[in-house]
Design a protein around this ligand. Sequence first.
Ligand code: PLP
Length: 389
Amino acid sequence: MKPKGAGAVSRRAQEITPFLVMDILERAKELESRGRHIVHLEIGEPDFDTPQVVKDAAYRAMAAGETQYTHSQGLIELREALCRHYLEKYGVRLSPEQFIVTSGTSPAMILIFAALVDSGDEVVLSDPHYACYPNFLRLVDARPHYVRVLEEEGFQFRPEELKPHLTARTKAIIINSPANPTGTLLTGERLAQLAGLGPYIVSDEIYHGLVYEGKEHSILEYTDRAFVINGFSKLYAMTGWRLGYVIAPDDFVRPMQKLMQNFFISANAFVQRAGIAALTQAGPEVERRRAIFNERRRFLLAGLERLGFHIPVPPTGAFYVFVNARHLSENSYTLAFDILEQAGVGVTPGIDFGAGGEGYLRLSYANSMENLAEALGRLKAYLERRPRA
Ligand SMILES: Cc1ncc(COP(=O)(O)O)c(C=O)c1O
């Protein structure tokens, strides 16, 4: 007998884990619909609107009839602008042929893993890590291999400790700097060491440009055996536009282009034009916003320290603070819900980012200073009310 209903759902689809932050968000919305005021520090997107120059470019492109498919690798003008960006920012000389423009970095990950791994291959990732990575691997029947990373190390890999984790089946190591959920960076030295370990590096550089201390480096400064994924969502406040890209080693471009042609055809034409405007004209606005993010970062860090949260390696990039809340509860999921219900503050449970994130909470400072101050005040009152353990 053939299985019916839920039993007929593929094993692959059943293994995809939910994004827990959505549970918090949905409950928060429910409370708001009943009149409660919630401060949202759970969300991973800029609170800013897309810069006007970017919107204007999209309007112009749409009015000029740029509403059709583009080259499957993306508009050549966008890829050329990206090449100039990599040369100016990182001193890395690339060819437009190495780029595939996608509708956000998420499809870019599908292209990479579909082209790189076979069923049963392993991919190394840190624990904690961005919540969706393991699910991209499950989609292609690859095995995520987790390596615990420590708070004292800013939750970033120590390259020498990775060696025992590498096997004949290890195809790639995923890195993310600045990282979600921790906001920490890998140094150039560590990047160089990771590049020398052997497997391909898949470097998620989506938070590049949102760095407040030190400097971010692209993996391509150290090796060309790497895939870079990056996009416009975070730096240019364009989450809803869906624009990203992958830079691939030469041998992989054609296989990935074929995947792109079949599964996605091309990214949106007028959104690609907007991307060119973002790269070439939005610089001053992005700089202004970066300064605002930095001010909020300092404010939130100082406020959390005052509330008794210790943060050994302060985040210097992205817009997240990942705090150890074990002194409050070992269960980050119930704690996040309790904070939402009792204090009216949305935070993301650390368990969303892997077993290594349990006991932690992620707070986003992609929110106004007023809201951050309000959230800290509510958390203070919540902690004072809580029965002591
Ligand atoms: C580390 C990381 N990579 C990728 C993404 C997905 O970004 P996109 O909007 O480009 O699909 C996110 C979104 O939160 C992220 O935090």
